[in-house]
Design a protein around this ligand. Structure first.
Ligand code: NAD
Length: 494
């Protein structure tokens, strides 16, 4: 990473952004605008269109028309593949510009942003582009006088609603498979992280995605998000965000056309460290990174550290040491480990959780407060709280910030019981050199992803999805394609 190039990009003013509807950049129907506040220093970076219900309806109508006339779904798979491959190339060619724009909008440290945002988005788009002409239909095992065929058909119009922590990466998790299978998409980014997605969508048009096939409407979730959710003209909702919003989307679906709703929600993921872990120093460093990168704003963050009682004090000391070695600050400096919290509102939520944890008997071993307030930005010291009981707020509710709760356990059975004692089930980890125990933990801990002797790392070849109130369905891998197709049976009497 070249600091000089990053500094040059950050010095550039950011022009106001409009919606992308029917292949054109258009303002809100009532002219409304929303300021974009940079969490780096609390200043106004630019503005986006404050979408209206009419804007969203126009985008949905455009997506529907594009789907019905076959301008995308009707193209040969090889042609769609070529366009999507070109889009991935354009994202890569503009990676630094996209990453810096995104960081100025959402505050993720640039090292992580560059890899996880344009890097991962390009990889995801390419993965589904490469797959799309290799997915064959099926012939069923019917009697001799019947031909039973199973086709995969695009569902039609997909509504994708995206959070602020990794907009391009998560956006690509929906856009890649949805567009590869021939659907049209209306994308609704977060109020506090729209810019990089708008830019990435404009590159899709440049690559040859036809007008109307990919639309982006910015604005309040309660206005444009709700209109998308309640639309009679949307076939699938693909959502990543909080459980509260996910619940609403299910209500919208029930109240409208019973569209399919796929939810990737939050977590309270357990990171379980046994005394027989192969390398406790490594485990401590990874535990700190696994909760604190991107200021804890990672759905799979290992926010509950469960430690075998016999090593608890030494291990916590090692985690605190690793935490205090992480540099918090300007996310556009290449040597920063932890960037800004996304918004002032989220910073206050995080601080509130620390206060509650203390009131419930937790001990703050490091961090606990706002720092670097003189910059005007929203920075929080990474925080480690011990003596968190099984039912404490910090053990039960997702913070989505740089706050780690630590709980001691005595036996493997206790660890499993603690790990499963929340409504969530997104990710988890166990650190142990005992092969049998490692496999037992994979089976016993109810999550969508279980790591052994590592935390967090996974690529696009494996699914990511939650169980329980962490959601349903999966992003990533070939399995994600199922969300964006209907199976059609042809039963032919010969
Ligand atoms: P959020 O639910 O507040 O917002 C997500 C999106 O929903 C935004 O675009 C928002 O505008 C929209 N929205 C809000 N109200 C709406 C409504 N009434 N109707 C329709 N849309 C509406 O979530 P957030 O704060 O942006 O993101 C943080 C959450 O996302 C955390 O819970 C985190 O764990 C989760 N997350 C999950 C994953 C995963 O893969 N499981 C990944 C990243 C983030």
């Amino acid at each position: 990473m070249d600091q000089t190039k990053i500094d040059a990009l950050r010095a550039q003013p950011v022009a106001p952004f409009d919606h992308l509807i029917d292949g054109r950049h258009v303002p809100a129907s009532d002219g409304g605008r929303m300021d974009v506040i940079s969490p780096i220093d609390g200043t106004v970076l630019t503005s986006v269109a404050a979408g209206t219900a009419a804007d969203m309806d126009a985008a949905i109508a455009s997506a529907r028309a594009a789907f019905e006339d076959g301008r995308w779904a009707g193209q040969p798979p090889a042609a769609r593949k070529k366009v999507l491959m070109k889009w991935a190339d354009l994202i890569e060619a503009n990676a630094l510009e996209l990453a810096v724009l995104g960081v100025r909008d959402n505050g993720t440290e640039i090292g992580m942003a560059l890899k996880a945002e344009p890097g991962s988005a390009a990889g995801t788009i390419r993965y589904y582009a490469e797959a799309l002409d290799k997915l064959y239909g099926e012939i069923a095992t019917t009697p001799q006088d019947i031909l039973g065929m199973i086709h995969r058909e695009p569902v039609g119009v997909v509504g994708a609603i995206i959070p602020w922590n990794f907009p391009m990466m998560i956006g690509a998790w929906k856009l890649g498979p949805a567009l590869a299978m021939g659907n049209s998409v209306v994308l609704k980014p977060s109020e506090t992280a729209s810019l990089s997605l708008l830019r990435m969508a404009a590159l899709a048009l440049e690559a040859g995605v036809p007008p109307g096939v990919l639309n982006v409407v910015t604005g309040a979730g309660s206005v444009v998000g709700q209109t998308l959710g309640l639309s009679m003209n949307v076939d699938v909702l693909a959502f990543t965000g909080s459980g509260a919003t996910g619940r609403r989307l299910m209500e919208y679906a029930a109240a409208s056309n019973m569209k399919r709703v796929y939810l990737e929600l939050g977590g309270k993921s357990p990171n379980i460290v046994f005394a027989d872990a192969p390398d406790l120093d490594e485990a401590a460093k990874v535990a700190a990174a696994g909760i604190f990168r991107n200021a804890g704003q990672v759905c799979v963050a290992g926010s509950r550290l469960l430690v075998e009682a016999s090593i608890h004090d030494d291990f916590v000391a090692a985690v605190v040491k690793a935490t205090e070695a992480m540099r918090v600050g300007d996310p556009l400096r290449t040597d920063t480990h932890i960037g800004a919290v996304n918004s002032e509102g989220q910073l206050n939520v995080n601080l509130g959780f620390v206060k509650t944890a203390q009131a419930e008997g937790g001990n703050v071993m490091t961090g606990g407060g706002r720092i670097l307030a003189e910059t005007g930005g929203y920075y929080m010291a990474p925080t480690v709280v011990t003596d968190v009981t099984r039912d404490a707020t910090l053990a039960q509710r997702e913070v989505f910030g740089p706050v780690l709760g630590v709980t001691a356990f005595e036996t493997e059975a206790d660890a499993v019981a603690l790990a499963n004692a929340t409504v969530y089930g997104l990710a988890g980890a166990a650190w142990t050199a005992n092969l049998g125990r490692a496999h037992r933990m994979v089976r016993a801990v109810r999550t969508g992803v279980m790591h052994i002797n590592t935390y967090g790392g996974a690529d696009g070849t494996v699914p990511l999805g939650g169980v329980g109130q962490s959601g349903n369905g999966s992003d990533k891998s070939l399995h994600a394609i199922d969300k964006y197709v209907n199976l059609k049976t042809a039963w032919i009497k010969l």
